[in-house]
Design a protein around this ligand. Structure first.
Ligand SMILES: [Zn+2]
Length: 98
């Protein structure tokens, strides 16, 4: 599920152990103001847990995902300024370096 970005050694809240958790990204769909928008979502994946509850997000990750979904909405409906479009393209360019 999703694309592996990197592995992070951290305290895992799912299995209560300190181990390498996989940071992954995938395309997600959200409904904003009645419109479906596709955006890039990041999450952590714990391979120690063997059920559907093997994903979690940190607070900053949730904020980033929310920001990405709002930007995707604004991009889709042409609500961005040209400066903002450049900034988003640059951030996508950087994210491809992983
Ligand atoms: Zn874990």
């Amino acid at each position: 599920m999703g694309v592996l970005i990197r592995k992070v050694h951290m305290d895992c809240p799912l299995c209560d152990k300190t181990h390498e958790v996989e940071e992954r990204k995938r395309l997600a769909t959200i409904t904003l103001k009645g419109e479906k928008v596709t955006y890039e979502e990041r999450f952590y994946f714990c391979s120690n847990v063997d059920d559907d509850e093997n994903e979690f997000e940190t607070g900053s990750m949730t904020n980033e995902n929310l920001l990405n979904s709002r930007n995707a909405y604004r991009l889709k409906y042409g609500l961005l300024t040209s400066d903002e479009i450049v900034a988003i393209r640059e951030s996508y360019g950087l994210s491809q370096c992983y």
